[in-house]
Design a protein around this ligand. Structure first.
Ligand code: BGC
Length: 757
């Protein structure tokens, strides 16, 4: 009897504990609210609208937004900014609805809010995670000062196809680096307190595989093996989730033939069950409705599919708002499914402090104090200098002397509209510093003659497509010949030529895919003519993607890749061109020789028939008309000084599972100026149960060395760094030999081996 009682007590204790465990994550304030809510009110919370008025980020804008807010049919807004406007919107929600639930106010703060810093692809080339976090921190401070508490960033899509214009928005091709960047950005936006008035909810996007769109065409299908996804494409999303990201955005593409926004495997099995994500998921812009065009049914069917898959908030499409009730009545969804989604949205509001104070982010004294401050602009300038990659430096043309006689030419040399880069809807092009201005600021004693030299493109059709957000490609009234002649004359009369060439900002970004990713022909002609003058030529190359530049790369020139540098563009470029900052950026993407090599990335696998390195061989894996190697490898980037790597040592020659291993090299600055170097570590798992990449980035360390200085640089490989997802998608390491390569880029040759027991 006693025994029975005892076990009954235990059982009841067990159930109470389970109940408690189930409920312990529930937030009482949110539960109390849910108790009071009608079905319509719950559905209203799942609706995200954009009233338009700013820069459009999609093809439709929402109608009758004010009435809908008052009717409790809106959970959040984006495209609304300014503490006063946000306050007005909150007042509609708070004063006019029964339950007074404030709105989430979102925005795309992709690379700075008003103080625009380099496009993310550029920033990733800094390989500097502290700086990356600082950048996100600054963006959060500015955006929250303007009323925004939810950011549709970081975009962490791995991209290995530079035809895809949105490669500009992410951190490039590598999952290891991409994960580090994802983590740094989430930390910068969110800190550890979402309710602080200067932090914002981050939103990792786009889940998943958006960067693998077929043929590099935006929104296109994706079809990929699970093993490849887990090893190469998913790690950055998971890193953001592990870093505590508050929300996630589903992507436009399909995965295993089901669009992400209706994909239960993705939104529930992977995200919730495997990764334990407990934030909320918002769709991408009308991506629920777009499942109709994908061929999955009418609006009611796709909306029900999305909700059941695990999507919580519907961006702009209003499929949830207009059809969920009907689906419930018809038994196609359950009220519990609506409640779960609503709970997640409300929890985000609670965490951001909105339920406590709807006007937490509506402090009208803040914009002046926090936005576009001198300090912020200084940081943007620093970030830009760190993002530049010196691709080549023939005869040490760079840096230039500050007293030089310079011909500053090219269509981007004095083009304010093209400095911010794509996805800067909150930035202001008028505030950007042009290269011409930057040169005058940094080298007031230089003699500078400026000529446009060429149009970015001579093609009016391209210009029309690119100029959607304002004039980016301006086709000059003067003829191309006249423009070119003027630049050549300026070149002849100078000691050195700096040609600022490349892509206009909107030649990359969303819906800006290209099949030819070379420098447009108008500018190629200019470059050729400048080189023919025999003057030293430095190309300052702007783009939102890797370009194919085999011809220019062969020329006797310097090439400084500057991406789109942001509001301080001109000053930052001048800082590097005149040697005030010694460039240290390293590519985070592989640069192909031609479009035909795409997709191309450093962590390729061997084939069963590897080609010889130096020649073509029949029945081997090679091309008739190209080498296999890229034009410029991942990780590449020169400095005004030189570095020598030597003396690689491992802490052990043999380790057991669970142990880490330290790799140490000696790095010497062998040149004449101080400089920073990104020491990179690549790992080869020689034999394993699934085909391994030839090498994979598994560590890096950015170090500063005075001229002549030597340093021991160490990188630790953790237990996890040796692991991969096997055929059963288990994250494991397998015993055997590992080879470590350390060096200045992904062709690193300094090597050692160790064994995992
Ligand atoms: C983009 C998202 C963005 C959203 C809202 C979409 O077109 O794909 O990245 O967050 O618009 O602006």
């Amino acid at each position: 009897m006693l025994r029975k009682n005892h076990s009954a007590i235990l059982v009841s204790f067990f159930f109470t504990a389970c109940l408690w465990a189930q409920q312990k994550d529930k937030i009482p304030e949110v539960e109390a609210l849910l108790e009071k809510m009608t079905l319509e009110e719950k559905i209203g919370q799942l609706n995200l609208l954009t009233p338009g008025g700013g820069v459009a980020t999609g093809s439709v804008v929402s109608k009758n937004v004010e009435e809908k807010i008052k009717a409790g049919k809106v959970g959040g807004l984006f495209g609304v900014a300014g503490p006063d406007r946000v306050r007005m919107a909150q007042e509609l929600a708070v004063n006019d609805t029964r339950l007074k639930i404030p709105l989430l106010i979102g925005s795309d703060v992709i690379h700075g809010y008003k103080t625009t810093y380099p496009i993310p692809l550029g920033l990733s080339c800094s390989w500097d995670m502290d700086l990356t976090e600082q950048a996100a921190r600054m963006a959060a401070k500015e955006a929250t000062a303007d009323g925004i508490m939810w950011n549709f960033s970081p975009m962490v899509d791995i991209a290995r196809d530079p035809r895809w214009g949105r490669i500009a928005e992410g951190a490039g091709e590598d999952p290891y680096l991409g994960s580090a960047v994802a983590k740094a950005m989430v930390k910068g936006y969110q800190q550890n307190d979402l309710a602080a008035p200067n932090t914002m909810l981050a939103c990792v996007k786009h889940l998943v595989l958006y960067g693998a769109a077929e043929a590099g065409r935006d929104y296109h299908s994706v079809d990929m093996s699970r093993v490849k996804m887990f090893n190469q494409y998913l790690p950055p999303y998971q890193a953001a989730i592990d870093a505590g990201v508050a929300s996630a955005m589903s992507s436009f593409n399909d995965i295993d033939a089901i669009p992400a926004s209706g994909n239960k495997w993705l939104l529930t099995d992977l995200l919730r069950d495997r990764w334990n994500f407990d934030g909320f998921v918002v769709s991408d812009y009308t991506s629920v409705n777009e499942m109709i065009a994908h061929g999955l049914g009418d609006l009611q069917a796709v909306s029900a599919l999305a909700l059941k898959a695990g999507l919580d908030m519907d961006m702009v499409g209003e499929g949830f708002l207009t059809t969920l009730k009907k689906s419930l009545e018809e038994g196609k969804i359950t009220e519990e499914e609506i409640t779960v989604a609503c709970r997640r949205v409300l929890e985000a509001k609670y965490l951001s402090g909105l339920l406590d104070d709807p006007y937490r982010y509506s402090d009208e004294s803040r914009p002046e104090k926090d936005i576009l401050t001198e300090e912020n602009r200084a940081l943007a300038r620093k970030l830009a200098t760190r993002s530049f990659v010196l691709l080549k430096n023939h005869n040490q043309i760079l840096p230039l002397k500050k007293e030089a006689k310079i011909a500053l030419v090219g269509p981007l040399a004095d083009s304010r509209n093209n400095m911010l880069g794509t996805w800067a809807p909150t930035g202001d092009t008028k505030l950007a510093v042009t290269i011409l201005e930057g040169f005058k600021n940094v080298a007031p004693d230089a003699t500078i003659s400026h000529a446009k030299g060429a149009n970015i493109s001579d093609d009016p059709e391209i210009a029309k497509k690119v100029n959607v957000f304002g004039s980016r490609i301006e086709i000059d009234e003067r003829s191309p010949e006249t423009l070119l002649q003027e630049a050549v004359e300026a070149a002849k009369a100078s000691d050195v030529v700096v040609a600022v060439v490349g892509e206009a900002t909107e030649m990359s970004g969303e819906a800006a895919s290209r099949t030819d990713i070379s420098i447009p022909e108008s500018q190629k002609k200019l470059i050729r003519a400048l080189v023919e003058t025999g003057k030293p030529v430095a190309l300052v190359l702007m783009s939102g993607r890797p370009l194919t530049i085999p011809e220019e790369f062969e020329m006797p020139v310097a090439i400084l890749q500057v991406w789109h540098p942001g509001v301080e563009a001109g000053n930052a470029i001048a800082d590097v061109v005149f040697g005030d900052y010694n460039p240290s950026g390293k590519l985070t993407t592989t640069w192909p020789r031609s479009v035909g090599q795409i997709p191309i990335y450093h962590s390729v696998k061997n084939t069963g028939r590897p080609a010889p390195e130096d020649r073509f061989q029949k029945f081997k894996s090679n091309y008739l008309d190209s080498e296999n190697t890229p034009l410029i490898p991942f990780g590449h980037g020169l400095s005004y000084t030189t570095f020598e790597y030597s003396d690689i040592k491992l802490s052990n020659s043999e380790i057991s599972q669970g142990e880490s291993i330290e790799v140490t090299i000696t790095l010497k600055n062998t040149g004449n100026v101080d400089g920073e170097e990104v020491v990179q570590l690549y790992l080869q798992d020689v034999v394993r149960s699934i085909t391994p990449p030839k090498r994979q980035l598994k560590g890096f360390n950015k170090v500063m060395l005075k001229k002549g200085e030597s340093k021991q640089v160490s990188i630790t490989l953790s237990d996890d760094d040796l692991k991969f997802y096997n055929s059963d998608l288990e994250f494991v390491s397998e015993p055997g030999e590992f080879k470590v390569y350390v060096g200045t880029d992904s062709n690193a040759t300094l090597s050692q081996s160790f064994t995992l027991k």
